[in-house]
Design a protein around this ligand. Structure first.
Ligand code: ADP
Length: 542
C-alpha cells in the first residue's frame, strides 16, 4: 500500500526558492574578486539565478550537460550552482589549484560544454582553450567595466553581468527524478588520475537536512556563516545548500582567505560560525597574534579536511572564546562523514579527558553508517583502541565514479582509505591514511600521531611524517619539519615533545628541517614528493 502524501519531487533549486520567499531579506555578502563588498538578498539571488537559468536554456542547455565553474566563493558562483542543477544539468566545480594537465584531463573527461570563470583564472584558461575541444563558451564572472578582451576564435566569450544577470526573464523549473545528477566534483588525485564524484539532487538534499542538525553544523536563521571552504572542493561541505535552507546569512570570502580578510569579515559581518581546513585557521591565528585583534562575535569554527591539532583548540578557546568542532568527511561523501559534538556526560570529564575526546573526528549523523575491518574484511571491535580500515555507506556516499562501469563498493560498503578506531560511544578517530601509515617491522605507526606531537612545539609551522626505507624494519618514521617564518626549533625540544606522547618505537629515526613542505591543491600536506625525495634518507643519509 502506498502512502497518500504528496509526491513532491526534489529539485535543489527549491532550497533557493524557499530562501527567496521566506528569508527574502536575508543577505548573501561577497568579497568581490574585483575588490569591495557586494550585498544582495536571497530574494535577489533567486531572481538572478532564474535569469541565468533562462539564458542557459536559450543558449541550448540540455539535461545532463556538464557546465563547469572555476571560481571562488561568490554570489555569482552560487547562482551558477542553482541555475545549472535546477535545470537538470550538471554543475561541475573545477579546482583551480590543480596542475594544468590535471585540469585539462578533468574538463575533457567530463566533456564540459561551458565554463564560468573568475577573473583570477581567465587568462590561464583562455591560453589553453585549444586543448579543451568540448568547450563552446566561456563566461567571465564579472561586469562590463572589468571584462577582459580576448580573441577566442569559435568559442563564445561572454560577460556574466551583461549576459545573464537581471534580464528579468522567467522560467519554469523542470520536474526532475530525485536521482538526477546535480553536480560533479573530482577528487584531488594525490594518487592516480582524479576521479569524478557525481552528486544527485536526492543526495544533496538529504545531506543538507543533516548538515543543519544540532549535532552537525547546528544551523539556524539566527546564524551568519562564513563559508571559507571552497565551492570548488568537496561541495563546500554542503553549506551552499544548508545555509539558504535555514535562511542563515551567508558570507563569501571571494579570492582573499588571508588572516586580515577573514578577521575583517568575521567582525564586520557579525559572523557566528565559520568552516574551513586547519591551514586557513593557522593563517588566521598567526595574523591575530601579530595584530592583537579579536574575533567577536564568532562562536565556533568547524575544522575538517585534515586533523585538528590540540594547540588550535586551546588557542581558539582561551584567547578568543571560540569553540572548535572537529569534522571528518571526503568528496565521495558529499562530504559529511562525522562531526564531533559532545554527548551527555562530556562535562564531567576532566580537562585532559575532554581534550582527548575533542581530538576525535566524531560521530556519524543519521544518513551515514560506518564500520572498521581488518585485512580479511572482518569487523574489528569498537573499543577505541583496535584500528581498522574505515568503511562507510549511506544515501550521500558514492556508488561509483563518473565514467566507471564498476562499482566503487565492496559488499555495499565504500572503503574510505582511512585507518580509524571507533570507541564504545561511537566516536571515530582517524589514525592515518592507509597509504601514509608507517609499517615498521610488524607494527604500524600512525604518521598523524607523530605529526600532531610535532605541530604543538612552538616555532613549528608544518610537520610531515613519512615511512623511510630501513634495512632491518622495512620502514621507519622520518619527520620533516617546516619552521614558522623567522623562527627556529631546537631538535632537542622537538624530541622531548615527541617522547612525551609517543612510545619509544614510534619515535622518528631522524628529523629533517626543510624550507617548505609542499601542499596539495586542497591545502593538505602533499607526501608524494616528500616520499620521492626522502624515502632513502635513512640508508643514504640524504
Ligand atoms: P582529497 O582526497 O582531494 O584531499 P577530500 O577532501 O575528499 O579530498 O579528502 C578526504 C580525506 O581527507 C579523508 O579521507 C581523510 O583522509 C582526510 N580528512 C578529512 N577530514 C579529516 C580530519 N578531520 N582529520 C583527518 N583527516 C581528515
Amino acid at each position: 500500500m502506498l502512502g497518500l502524501m504528496q509526491d513532491a519531487p526534489i529539485n535543489l533549486v527549491s532550497i533557493l526558492q524557499h530562501a527567496g520567499r521566506w528569508h527574502g531579506e536575508q543577505e548573501v555578502v561577497t568579497q568581490r574578486v574585483e575588490g569591495g563588498i557586494h550585498r544582495q538578498t536571497y530574494a535577489e539571488t533567486l531572481t538572478r539565478a532564474t535569469s541565468l537559468a533562462a539564458r542557459l536554456r536559450d543558449w541550448g542547455l540540455r539535461p545532463g550537460d556538464r557546465i563547469a565553474t572555476m571560481g571562488w566563493n561568490t554570489h555569482r558562483h552560487l547562482e551558477c550552482w542553482y541555475a545549472v542543477s535546477g535545470q537538470g544539468a550538471v554543475c561541475h566545480t573545477l579546482n583551480p589549484r590543480l596542475f594544468v594537465e590535471q585540469l585539462n584531463y578533468i574538463i575533457n573527461h567530463a566533456g564540459d560544454r561551458m565554463i564560468f570563470v573568475d577573473l583570477s583564472f581567465v587568462d590561464a584558461l583562455i591560453g589553453r582553450l585549444d586543448q579543451l575541444p568540448t568547450i563552446e563558451a566561456v563566461v567571465v564572472m564579472t561586469d562590463r567595466a572589468n571584462m577582459p578582451v580576448y580573441d577566442t576564435g569559435s568559442v563564445a566569450l561572454l560577460c556574466y553581468e551583461d549576459w545573464a544577470a537581471d534580464t528579468g526573464a522567467s522560467l519554469e523549473w523542470p520536474t526532475l527524478d530525485d536521482n538526477t545528477a546535480s553536480s560533479l566534483c573530482y577528487t584531488s588525485g594525490t594518487t592516480g588520475d582524479p576521479k569524478g564524484v557525481l552528486y544527485s539532487h536526492r543526495a544533496n538534499l538529504l545531506h543538507a537536512y543533516a548538515s543543519c542538525l544540532p549535532d552537525v553544523f547546528n544551523l539556524s536563521a539566527r546564524d551568519t556563516i562564513l563559508m571559507i571552504v571552497p565551492m570548488f572542493h568537496a561541495n563546500s561541505w554542503g553549506l551552499a545548500y544548508a545555509a539558504p535552507m535555514v535562511g542563515a546569512k551567508l558570507v563569501l570570502p571571494g579570492a582573499d582567505m588571508s588572516g586580515a580578510s577573514v578577521q575583517r569579515l568575521i567582525t564586520q559581518e557579525s559572523v557566528t560560525k565559520a568552516a574551513g581546513v586547519p591551514t586557513v585557521w593557522n593563517t588566521l591565528l598567526d595574523y591575530l597574534d601579530e595584530t592583537d585583534l579579536g574575533l567577536h562575535p564568532l562562536r565556533e569554527v568547524v575544522v575538517g579536511g585534515a586533523a585538528l591539532p590540540a594547540s588550535m583548540i586551546s588557542t581558539f578557546r582561551d584567547r578568543y572564546q571560540v569553540g572548535t568542532i572537529h569534522a571528518w568527511g571526503m568528496t565521495e561523501m558529499t562530504p559529511i562523514g562525522t562531526f564531533n559534538r559532545p554527548k551527555a556526560g562530556f562535562d564531567v570529564l576532566d580537562a585532559e579527558g575532554q581534550l582527548h575526546q575533542r581530538l576525535k573526528q566524531g560521530r556519524v549523523p543519521f544518513g551515514v553508517d560506518m564500520k572498521i575491518v581488518d585485512d580479511q574484511d572482518d569487523d574489528v571491535p569498537c573499543d577505541g583502541e583496535t584500528f581498522g580500515r574505515l568503511l562507510v555507506k549511506g544515501p550521500w556516499t558514492i556508488d561509483r565514479y563518473y565514467g566507471d562501469d564498476a562499482s566503487a563498493l565492496a559488499h555495499g560498503w565504500f572503503d574510505t582509505g582511512d585507518i580509524a578506531t571507533i570507541d564504545s560511544e561511537g566516536y571515530m578517530q582517524i589514525t592515518d591514511r592507509a597509504k601514509d601509515v608507517v609499517k615498521s617491522g610488524g607494527e604500524w605507526i600512525s604518521s598523524v600521531a607523530v605529526e600532531n606531537a610535532a605541530i604543538g612545539v612552538p616555532g613549528v609551522a608544518l610537520a610531515a611524517c613519512i615511512g623511510a626505507s630501513h634495512p632491518k624494519w622495512g620502514e621507519r618514521p622520518l619527520l620533516l619539519v617546516q619552521c614558522r617564518d623567522g623562527q627556529s626549533v631546537a631538535e632537542s625540544d622537538l624530541q622531548k615533545a615527541l617522547s612525551a606522547s609517543l612510545a619509544k618505537w614510534q619515535l622518528p629515526d631522524a628529523v629533517v628541517f626543510v624550507d617548505e613542505i609542499p601542499l596539495t591543491a586542497a591545502g593538505k600536506i602533499d607526501k608524494k614528493p616528500l616520499r620521492e625525495r626522502y624515502s632513502s634518507y635513512l640508508t643514504s643519509g640524504q
